[in-house]
Ligand binder design. Structure first.
Ligand SMILES: Cc1cc2nc3c(=O)[nH]c(=O)nc-3n(C[C@H](O)[C@H](O)[C@H](O)COP(=O)(O)OP(=O)(O)OC[C@H]3O[C@@H](n4cnc5c(N)ncnc54)[C@H](O)[C@@H]3O)c2cc1C
Length: 563
């Protein structure tokens, strides 16, 4: 997501194994699973060619469709908006190769399963210029009208060091940071479950803010305020303060906010390539078959408007063009709220407790504003100070986070003028691109009075507010306190032997079902769960050498909290 979550402090031994997004709720090694030469499963020949509806053409849907095709199914993709979903890279007309990342834009290398598919699809990554990171030549932190220029954390005034220390101490004292990260590194499932399950029991009812307020190192309100407004790593945290502290601890435990990399050419290429590239080693299908080639006109079906359960054990789907088709199984990857309003959904699709979980799901809003400028003028040196005229900027003003995205020598420069979440995003909701740009330029003018950003702008600004997008209604899920049980229900829904038979056959996947919403790794791993579920539903199995998430589920299942 780039939640407002900062760099996870790490205790790094020189030869330590890397921290990955292994668990902590369901510590299954998805990265090893997808890399195995034994494949991720197969189905009986009689099942080959069976149509499975895949609702949503974002990363999760595209990955599920591709892996289902590989197993010999015929995935039928429905998409309401465009292939890519929240991996939306918007080009600027007349400026080839430059895109504004409206959704996902920076990816932690700890997303090892995501990176496997990036490699498979031949995509390259590069350092992303986060605040104070190595890829960022300078950062300005501007708070309560006072600006500080820094190349590293060491250049910032003492209060920022106090905040960094307080955060590290709090994590060590209240959240068992050291054993938690060590268990993730070592992939020590028993130890990880011991430590994490205890944290779940202790903190499911706690907000992020409440967690800080009860910590001795954060007794000063001033420190909590500074931490909330600028944080460290990717920026301020206060828009996350009302959320469950477990959401934050997952990010910290798995280094999701560290060492981010951007996808060269734009993140949307990943779902687009999963859709259009032939699947080399597919069962049943002739060489050269891709998900796209299985679709008439090379286009997905339109938006789903209705899903009903029909006899015997079928799903009948209507789309926006009025087509009605019936399938023996469905993978559903759109935000789950769509099942409450945009889609007429048969109540018999899910057990009542799952509907409750969907109704209670909480999403964060998010807005971005990008401008294309004639050149990376921010690298000009101010003769008075000897510094670059403008830096990556964190501020408590309306723009909050401003990112400078160098496109290379002799090319225009790209500026993400503003990236906001929750209430800060809501403040922009009713405003058009022009008004938003004006507000952000004004905000930055207070920090850089001598820089005329407007004079460099060469294209219409690009902007988005995800909560206003019809097919999304939010940027990413963020559990509130007390939501663990809902999350556990939705995540484990792919284990359908546990459900009464009339509720089987529809598999939930995607970012909002994952434990780490706002991170593409969760879209990938929940897609793999759903693929395992579909395979199992049709009598398929994995190779004994490479058991899947459902095969080992009972040994590593997420903690189930009782009433
Ligand atoms: C602002 C923002 C910043 C982010 N930053 C990062 C980041 O830096 N790093 C990172 O790892 N992750 C980030 N993420 C998260 C990442 O984008 C998601 O995890 C991932 O893209 C989700 O993929 P998905 O397939 O689960 O869902 P989606 O991408 O939402 O795909 C669901 C698809 O379903 C479609 N749909 C909706 N309704 C219907 C219908 N009725 N019929 C058919 N189709 C329908 C939608 O149009 C959409 O294409 C960010 C997300 C946002 C919004």
């Amino acid at each position: 997501m780039t939640s407002a979550v900062p760099n996870a402090p790490q205790h790094e031994e020189p030869d330590a194994r890397p921290i990955t997004m292994f668990g902590p709720d369901f510590p299954f090694a998805y990265d090893d699973f997808v890399k195995s030469p034994h494949g991720i499963g197969s189905v009986p020949d009689a099942v080959h060619g069976t149509k499975v509806a895949v609702i949503g053409g974002g990363l999760s849907g595209m990955l599920a469709a591709r892996e289902l095709l590989r197993m010999g199914f015929q995935p039928v993709v429905y998409e309401a908006d465009q292939i890519g979903g929240r991996m939306r890279s918007v080009p600027f007309e007349g400026h080839d190769g430059i895109v504004a990342e409206m959704g996902a834009m920076r990816f932690p290398p700890s997303s090892t399963t995501l990176f496997h598919y990036l490699d498979e699809m031949g995509l390259e990554t590069e350092d992303f210029p986060n605040p104070l990171s190595e890829a960022t030549s300078s950062t300005v932190v501007d708070l309560k009208g006072e600006s500080h220029y820094a190349r590293t954390l060491a250049d910032l005034p003492d209060v920022y060091h106090q905040v960094a220390d307080a955060w590290l101490k709090t994590l060590e004292e209240l959240a068992a940071l050291v054993p938690l990260q060590e268990a993730v590194r070592q992939r020590d499932v028993r130890r990880l479950k011991e430590v994490w399950n205890e944290l779940v029991r202790r903190y499911d009812d706690e907000t992020f803010y409440g967690f800080l307020a009860r910590s001795v190192p954060f007794q000063s309100f001033r420190l909590r305020e500074v931490f909330g407004q600028v944080g460290f790593g990717t920026g301020g945290w206060d828009t996350d303060y009302p959320n469950s502290i477990l959401e934050i601890l997952r990010v910290v435990a798995t280094a999701a906010d560290d060492h981010h990399r951007g996808i060269v050419g734009g993140s949307q290429q990943l779902p687009l390539r999963l859709w259009s590239r032939p699947v080399g080693d597919a069962s049943y299908w002739p060489e050269g078959t891709s998900v796209r080639s299985l679709h008439a006109g090379g286009r997905p079906r339109g938006a789903v408007t209705e899903i009903r359960r029909t006899e015997p054990h079928r799903f009948t789907i209507t789309d926006a063009e009025g087509n009605i088709d019936t399938y023996p199984a469905v993978v559903y990857t759109a935000q789950s709220w769509m099942l409450l309003n945009n889609i007429r959904a048969d109540e018999r699709l899910l057990p009542i407790d799952h509907w409750t979980a969907i109704e209670r799901t909480h999403y964060m809003g998010s807005s971005k504003v990008f401008v294309l400028v004639d050149r990376p003028f921010w690298k000009d040196i101010d003769p008075g100070t000897g510094r670059e005229v403008m830096s990556m900027t964190l501020t408590d003003r309306m723009s909050r986070g401003t990112y400078l995205l160098d496109q290379g020598e002799g090319r225009p420069g790209l500026i993400c003028l503003s990236y906001t979440w929750a209430d800060d995003s809501l403040k922009l909701l009713p405003l058009d691109a022009g008004k938003r740009t004006e507000i952000m330029l004004n905000s930055l003018k207070q920090i850089y009075p001598d820089v005329d950003i407007r004079s460099h702008i060469i294209a219409t600004p690009a902007t988005v507010t995800w909560e206003a997008e019809h097919a999304f209604m939010g940027a990413f899920k963020a559990n509130l306190p007390g939501h663990y049980r809902y999350q556990e229900r939705l995540y484990t829904h792919f284990m359908q032997d546990r459900l009464p038979a009339p509720y089987r056959g529809l598999f939930l996947a995607g970012d909002d079902v994952s434990w780490t919403a706002g991170w593409a790794e969760g879209a990938v791993t929940t897609a793999l769960n759903a693929v395992w579920g579909v395979m199992h539903h049709f009598g398929g199995r994995t190779a004994p050498e490479n058991p899947g998430p459902g095969d080992v589920f009972d040994q590593i299942a997420p903690l189930r909290l009782e009433d």
